[in-house]
Design a binder for this molecule. Structure first.
Ligand SMILES: NC(=O)c1ccc[n+]([C@@H]2O[C@H](COP(=O)([O-])OP(=O)(O)OC[C@H]3O[C@@H](n4cnc5c(N)ncnc54)[C@H](O)[C@@H]3O)[C@@H](O)[C@H]2O)c1
Length: 412
């Protein structure tokens, strides 16, 4: 049974995200959802635990994932698997661009997105070394066409007609560096890339991976505003890795089946601004005070664990690519009409007094449909204190981003 199969959410929205809704209908039991046509049609194995049927084989390269890919070739393989062909008719119709595609995250992310039955074209952009990555990837016999774009002169073309842009461009953290140390380099890179996104695919979903996400998302918002094309429902800071890590660490600690575990992670995406809401873990599980402290600190510092283990060779790339691919897949399913897509992400928000905040949201065809504000109700004393403690740091990072974006006026 899926971890959140019987959860009821109450919904909050930002003023700019549309009207308030009071509640969502109760989620259906996962077995029912698995049998529903829409779930199957869009299933590819990179799903949030909220929608996964745990009775089935659902690992990324598991039975359903292969079946999803087979489903995209249904006409050619009509006799191969009648059950999946009937339900799985993925529309390989979405164009995805990765900016920074030749990097440590970009390459495995491109591979994972190449496996999506929902993608018709994958545009790989980088300042260097992207031709070989694209040539290599293009030999995989999955539906999407792979195109490469190198350097500023090809940036605009890499973005034309694209439905979703993922941005992992920038420099990774090295030992001894904090995410804020990256600020000046990555802020400038994101700023320029977002200008091009605004000019060439203003309606696309934008996923920002480049750190510090707490600041790069507000930078992107300001640039899009200056260009007159800001839609807060479509600008996402990718915090999925925090959720992936929280789920993994909690499952290990409590000896739970990994696929069942779902921990909402709210706040921001650096150090103490990452707040795993362990009291909201599904399935319900009890923790000692010591476990809460140890798990919270581990989830907050998991990035540093990887930076130190890599000893100068960069930060998390493979787990990050996995997490980003899951978020891309969720977004594409939402674009494709799946009405059951929930992910944690850092967005413009009014659930706290901060203008940006990571929460669990419902994603639909037009982006964020609702913020699951009930996750912030009934917090434990530990979580409430942690929430108050993170606010000044997150506020400062947001203000730093906004100030950076305003340093120069965007050319019309
Ligand atoms: N959101 C998260 O959870 C998370 C997790 C890990 C890393 N990150 C961040 O992701 C970013 C990338 O990490 P990585 O390990 O892939 O780094 P990397 O150095 O391996 O790759 C970065 C890529 O970006 C490219 N690039 C640089 N400037 C560019 C520009 N102007 N336009 C397009 N591409 C450009 C580089 O050529 C390189 O290929 C870093 O900022 C890192 O801190 C975020």
């Amino acid at each position: 049974m899926a971890a959140t199969s019987t959860a009821t959410f109450s919904i909050g929205t930002t003023a700019s995200l549309g009207p308030k809704m009071s509640s969502l209908p109760q989620s259906k039991p996962s077995a029912l959802r698995f049998n529903s046509q829409s779930s199957l049609r869009s299933f590819s194995g990179l799903k949030a635990a909220t929608s996964v049927n745990c009775e089935s084989e659902s690992s990324f390269l598991g039975k359903e994932s292969s079946a999803a890919l087979r489903g995209s070739f249904a006409l050619k393989a009509q006799k191969a698997d009648q059950r999946f062909q009937y339900h799985l008719q993925p529309q390989a119709s979405y164009k995805v661009a990765i900016l920074g595609a030749a990097g440590g995250i970009g390459q495995p992310l491109a591979l994972l997105i190449k496996m999506s039955p929902l993608v018709s074209a994958l545009h790989l952009y980088d300042v260097a070394n992207v031709k070989g990555v694209a040539a290599d990837l293009s030999h995989c016999n999955t539906p999407s066409q792979v195109l490469d774009f190198t350097g500023n002169s090809e940036l605009a073309n890499s973005l034309k007609g694209v439905n979703l842009v993922v941005i992992p461009a920038g420099v990774p953290r090295k030992p001894g560096m904090t995410r804020d140390d990256l600020f000046n380099i990555n802020a400038g890179i994101v700023k320029n890339l977002i200008k091009a996104v605004a000019d060439n695919c203003p309606d696309a979903f934008i996923h920002i991976i480049s750190n510090p996400v707490n600041s790069t998302v507000p930078i992107a918002a300001e640039i899009l505003k200056q260009k007159g094309v800001y839609d807060p429902k479509k600008l996402f800071g990718v915090t999925t890795l925090d959720v992936v890590r929280a789920n993994t660490f909690v499952a290990q600690k409590k000896n739970l089946k990994l696929i069942d575990v779902d921990v909402p992670v709210v706040g921001g995406h650096a150090g103490i601004t990452i707040l795993p809401l362990l009291s909201k873990t599904k399935p319900a599980v009890s923790f000692t005070d010591e476990e809460i402290q140890q798990l919270t600190v581990r989830i907050q510092n998991a990035g540093t664990e990887v930076v130190e283990a890599k000893a100068g060779a960069g930060s998390a790339t493979l787990s990050m690519a996995y997490a980003a691919a899951r978020f891309v897949e969720s977004s594409l399913r939402a674009l494709d009409g799946d009405g059951d897509v929930y992910e944690c992400t850092y967005i413009q928000s009014d659930v706290t007094d901060l203008p940006f905040f990571a929460s669990r949201v419902k994603i639909g065809r037009k982006g964020v449909e609702a913020i699951i504000s009930s996750d912030l109700q009934g917090l434990t004393e530990y979580e409430q204190k942690a929430l108050e403690a993170l606010k000044p740091e997150l506020k400062a990072s947001i203000e730093k981003g906004i100030a950076f974006a305003h340093k120069q006026t965007v050319a019309a």
